[in-house]
Design a protein around this ligand. Structure first.
Ligand SMILES: [Zn+2]
Length: 79
């Protein structure tokens, strides 16, 4: 397998993942469960400080390890 294919497959995986991530939110909106929607919005807007560099990130974008939040894999490796 050539390196080009690995890049292409990686891109497809990222697009696929983003697409899947968006879908459940749309479904929940259609189900019209107001309480769940409110809770989910509150969760996704929560900001946490990276345990390594202190940068604030949305909780959805962070990596949770040993009860600490990291903004990226790099910070996770540094700790
Ligand atoms: Zn960090």
């Amino acid at each position: 397998m050539s390196p080009q294919w690995i890049v292409v497959i990686g891109l497809i995986a990222v697009i696929y993942f983003m697409f899947i991530k968006k879908r459940p939110q749309v479904k929940q909106d259609k189900k019209d469960s107001t309480d769940k929607t409110t809770k989910k919005e509150a969760q996704s807007n929560d900001m946490v400080a990276c345990a390594e560099c202190g940068i604030y990130c949305e909780i959805d974008d962070t990596i949770l390890s040993n009860n600490k939040y990291y903004c990226s894999q790099e910070c996770l490796k540094k700790s």
